[in-house]
Design a protein around this ligand. Sequence first.
Ligand code: NAP
Length: 346
Amino acid sequence: MNNHAHGAAYTIAENASLRTRNSFGVEARAALLVEVRRAEALAELMAFARFRTQAPLVLGAGSNILFTRDWPGVVLSLDTRGIEVLDDDGARLQLRVAAGERWHDFVLWSLAKGCRGLENLALIPGTVGAAPIQNIGAYGVEVAEFIVAVEAWDRDTGRLVTLTAAQCAFGYRDSLFKREVERWIVVAVRLALPRQRVLRTDYAGVGEELAAMGVRDPSAAQVAEAVMRLRTRKLPDPAVLGNAGSFFKNPLLATDAARALCARHPGLPCWPDHHGLAKLSAAWLVEQAGGKGLREGDAAVSQQHALVLVNHGNASGAQLWALAERVRAAVQARFGVVLEPEPRIV
Ligand code: NAP
């Protein structure tokens, strides 16, 4: 393997293994792996013909991607760091955070600064740069609520641009960046975090966890602690068992269609007012279709959580994807609902 160092701005490796760079732990190789330490290097890199003619695959922490094959082009890993306070008026902190910062570390940093808002998003794997791409969310909070702007390299125009939150067109686990995945490289995220805000503890067991902790009037840090306990208990640790968190998104249906489906299937959890549509429980659909605990070789659907696909050791990405397709087909045959994967499938 060749490894050329160009100052400290970036490094390039040929035919690089990505196995330790994806949380499924599947083997895949990148023809070229470019690690960027300083965002300014992008202008130079993007001028190379190889970057102009073929979109690089941008990899954050690799916690939301499934490689089913090698990547014949450039994989770009943004390892830029830095949290910059742009303004602090006492009521809220305006921040600029580099794409390569670890999301969970940033959440803890914000709590230590006395900010509120990100406590429900504790322990989500991945980088800050990846957060706006799928508008990460958990326990009733989405990162889009706090995003002011996103700085991104636009491959179409060959320029670094700052997009307002409205331009990012955030949706449920969705954004402009996810819809135009080949066009954008997120370089930094600007957020505004309040010091005062009503904590959200009414969602998916958070209140119960706080009660179990003996906490009545929680601080933001205690809500984060409850979320961390819940996640640690319910979700397999990728360091132990390869996975990428929830593999399927909760499907959003027109309200009438959802109502008809729920009438036919009593017990199907449905939240009628979600981004203007009705949200159904993907976990319930998978479980009822017989998907939970399904295993083919080392590829399996977690016994603990019907939405989580796991690699018991040596599953290939193609095997995991085949299992996911089987689960999807079973759900579609039984309920007529097509589940969409949440991670990026390569
Ligand atoms: P769970 O209790 O087994 O399932 C919670 C599910 O029910 C989630 O899909 C959630 O939707 C939905 N839900 C619960 N209370 C709701 C309410 N009051 N209104 C609307 N929807 C409600 O817990 P879980 O599966 O471990 O998930 C807990 C939270 O962490 C969820 O928000 C989930 O999205 C998030 N999470 C995300 C990932 C990921 O990889 N992206 C992985 C694990 C957990 P939502 O998903 O829309 O919130």
